[in-house]
Ligand binder design. Structure first.
Ligand code: UDP
Ligand code: MN
Length: 262
């Protein structure tokens, strides 16, 4: 038993997950999409009607000190985002709900996908990959290759792992500057690298255009600004990707002739 998994904690990411679900159907994926949803996510009836499975989750129990260090304004002040903008609806503490993935023990392997991703080619073969597999955080320079991006990863749910993670997460004075991403990189220091095409970050499109080749891209990840945000600061540079996201949300297939930026 395998499953794709995403996370939704509010109405904005709920819309993202709907586009993601439609993209998975579009590539003929064999496995369901499980949506980890907090109470604040609201109703996911529309997603369920399209075959998604909803699993209610909550933020892990976190100490007051941990929350104070990682809540939005404190985190942005201590570790500013200099390359792009996080939308106002992004709550860094909600990112830690991703650890609930390890509680989905009825699945032998899961592929986690952020709610701001689109699957544009079938990636079912990832269920044969080991824990913990992830693609690099490539969006500007080769130095980015040292880091993983936690928007796409392969995991093996296991309650012992989940407990061990929670023990490691909230320790005195710890600061996970990029939340779950920094934590997962620390928890799995010898993570397996997937090709960047399994998690093509949207900034590659304008920062490293020679690396953007539609024929090899499997997952598009709209990191930083989201395609459903109106007139965001990078929108002019990303218009073809934004148009693609809206097309998929509206149930249209991925056009076969998308032009490469170079
Ligand atoms: N997320 C969420 N609510 C939040 C923050 C994050 O549901 O307030 C989930 C959602 O699935 C999202 C993922 O966690 O795609 C990671 O956040 P985001 O994609 O905005 O981060 P980025 O990819 O820009 O670093
Ligand atoms: Mn994301």
């Amino acid at each position: 038993m395998f499953a794709y998994v995403t996370l939704v904690t509010n109405a904005d990411y709920r819309l993202g997950a709907l586009a993601l679900a439609r993209s998975l159907r579009g590539v003929g994926s064999e496995w369901p999409l499980v949506i980890l949803a907090t109470e604040s996510a609201g109703s996911l009836a529309e997603h369920e009607a399209e075959g998604c499975l909803v699993e209610r989750v909550a933020q892990p129990v976190l100490s007051r000190e941990f929350r104070d260090r990682h809540e939005r304004s404190a985190l942005h002040a201590r570790a500013p985002y200099t390359k792009g903008n996080k939308p106002a609806f992004h709550d860094p503490l909600d990112n830690f709900c991703k650890l609930s993935v390890w509680q989905l023990t009825r699945y032998r392997r899961v592929v986690f996908l952020d709610a701001d991703t689109l699957v544009i080619k079938n990636i079912d073969k990832l269920f044969g990959y080991p824990e913990f597999s992830a693609a690099p955080n490539l969006y500007e320079t080769l130095a980015d290759m040292h880091r993983l991006n936690s928007g796409v990863f392969v995991a093996a749910p296991n309650e012992e792992t989940h407990v061990a993670m929670l023990e490691r997460l909230d320790i005195p004075d710890v600061f996970w500057r990029r939340t779950d991403q920094t934590f997962l990189e620390s928890y799995f220091p010898d993570w397996h690298g997937l090709p960047y095409t399994y998690n093509a970050l949207q900034y590659v499109y304008f920062n490293l255009p020679k690396m953007w080749r539609w024929s090899s891209i499997k997952v598009v990840h709209y990191q930083y600004e989201k395609p459903w945000q109106e007139n965001h600061p990078k929108a002019d540079k990303l218009q073809p990707l934004i148009d693609l996201w809206h097309a998929v949300l509206n149930g249209k297939p991925v056009p076969p002739d998308l032009p490469d930026p170079c």
